[in-house]
Design a protein around this ligand. Structure first.
Ligand SMILES: [Zn+2]
Length: 496
């Protein structure tokens, strides 16, 4: 879908983005208080530690923390003239999943699965009739004309009505086809459907008019409940068809969990540039986690260093940023202009997370600190950073309910001029002592040959530069000297 237009549509609906941000921060504060009260005493990394991480509810279909989400929005090459290639590029970025792909061809999806990827197919609000065309069960205006989204004018597509038996049949046919083809989960683009169409003058189809008349309501009154009923009912039917729960995600712009987005297992959507800072990224992933959901973001920027900071902060917060390749930039009369990042710009970060799977999967948020990032779970930060750009952020992640485990301290540089800095760790607070091992893990500088070998062997650890750090002890604190980051590092803290 068209991200920019979606933003405009939100404004048209009177959504206030500041209000949304405040709401999320409030949710986050609530989450923190729940975390503290619900923490068990044994949720500690080492003897005497005050660090607390809570177990997270498993979210169906959501990526593991070390997964690399890649969205070839369509299959490439699509034809003989297409120079893009899905599989070589996915491999170059070390993808583990293909997410949000518009393709339901069984032969191709079986090839995707054979190559070891999880596959997420996509449906949207304007699925074609099974016999082709866009005629059956469409949203109609009061004059009986088919409607489409304002940003799709001229594309020859028309939105389907959730109350129409015909469109329900169309939706089921498309989703069953994806299940039959081997899709592991399904992304729904534009899930507001009839709720969105109210602003464009719909829907006045016979199904909506009869449904409204039966309850003495207007067609506008029934649409929110109708959309919710649609997804609940379709979900039940598809689970029964598949014989297991079919995970669904939705395009919930900016991590919106209001109706109908709350009905989906997880969200996969654009993070707006204005909200891309460490405080808000962390708060959004944290608020999502408290709702028992998961969020995967896409990001629209051609600023490579900015995007790298967002990638690193997402992973450090327990979230994901889809590889910036095939990303929507702007709409055109025939489609969109898209951005294709290069492996030499981002693959070092994605290879780094694959190589650190053992330090990421199973780990949960235990503490954070940094400029304007205060952790209200604790009276004082366990990590303080001095020197450098003063814009390095720390994210401590531990395995809940396990003692004497390795602690993962993620560090992300947000300063535009990265400089060396010192990390100071509270020994008693973290339950560590000077004899623990402190290992600095950095993404190794990009080399195509090295990355090709790592992908061929599955040994991503070779993409990590590992250095043993020599701790200095001062006033019950461990002091570690860290070089300038570009922009990501993990310090592995482990009992010897
Ligand atoms: Zn209708």
């Amino acid at each position: 879908m068209n991200g920019k237009q979606f933003l405009h549509r939100k404004s048209a609906f009177g959504y206030n983005r500041c209000f949304n941000a405040r709401t999320i921060l409030l949710l986050f504060l609530l989450a923190i208080s729940l975390n503290v009260s619900g923490c068990k005493k044994n949720e500690i990394p080492g003897p005497g530690s005050q660090l607390m991480a809570s177990k997270r509810v498993a979210v169906p279909g959501a990526p593991r923390y070390s997964d690399v989400c890649f969205s070839s929005r369509w299959k490439h090459p699509a034809n003989a003239a297409d120079t893009l290639q899905t599989f070589p590029v996915a491999a170059a970025f070390h993808a583990s999943r293909l997410d949000w792909v518009y393709n339901d061809d069984k032969t191709w999806i079986q090839e995707v699965k054979k190559r070891g990827y999880q596959y997420g197919g996509t449906v949207n609000a304007n699925l074609p009739d099974t016999k082709g065309g866009q005629t059956l069960g469409r949203i109609l205006d009061s004059g009986g004309a088919r409607l489409t989204a304002p940003w799709m004018e001229g594309w020859g597509v028309f939105w389907g009505c959730v109350n129409s038996d015909d469109y329900r049949a169309t939706y089921l046919a498309h989703t069953k086809r994806l299940i039959d083809a081997g899709a592991d989960f399904i992304q729904v683009d534009d899930p507001r459907m009839n709720m969105a169409a109210m602003a464009w003058g719909g829907c006045y189809c016979s199904f909506c008019k009869s449904k409204a008349a039966a309850s003495g309501a207007t067609v506008k009154d029934i649409q929110k409940a109708s959309v919710e009923d649609f997804f609940k009912d379709m979900g039940k039917q598809l689970d029964a068809y598949a014989g297991h729960h079919v995970p669904f995600s939705s395009n919930n712009y900016n991590s919106d969990w209001t109706s109908p987005y709350h009905l989906f297992d997880f969200g996969m959507a654009e993070l707006p540039v204005k909200e891309a800072n460490p405080q808000i990224i962390y708060a959004k992933f944290k608020a999502t986690e408290k709702l028992g959901k998961a969020q995967v973001f896409t990001f629209v920027s051609e600023d490579v260093n900015f995007t790298r900071r967002v990638i690193a902060t997402s992973y450090a917060s327990g979230g994901h940023l889809i590889v910036p390749w095939d990303v929507y930039l702007k709409s055109t009369p025939t489609g969109s202009v898209r951005y294709y990042g290069r492996p030499e710009e981002y693959a070092d970060l994605y290879g780094f997370v694959r190589g650190n799977a053992a330090l990421m999967d199973g780990y949960e948020d235990a503490a954070v600190s940094g400029k304007n990032l205060t952790d209200s779970r604790y009276s004082k930060p366990f990590v303080t950073i001095t020197g450098g750009s003063e814009e390095v952020y720390a994210f401590i992640r531990t395995i809940p309910e396990k003692t004497n485990q390795a602690i993962a301290l993620h560090l992300v540089e947000w300063g535009t001029h990265a400089e060396p800095f010192s990390v100071s760790l509270d020994m008693s607070g973290m339950g560590i002592d000077k004899d623990w091992e402190f290992t600095l893990l950095l993404p190794d500088a990009y080399s195509k040959n090295k990355h090709d070998q790592a992908e061929a062997t599955g040994d991503y650890a070779r993409l990590i530069k590992s250095t043993s750090l020599k701790p200095q002890i001062q006033d019950n604190r461990v002091i570690l000297e860290i070089p300038a980051l570009s922009p990501y590092a993990i310090i592995k803290i482990k009992k010897q």
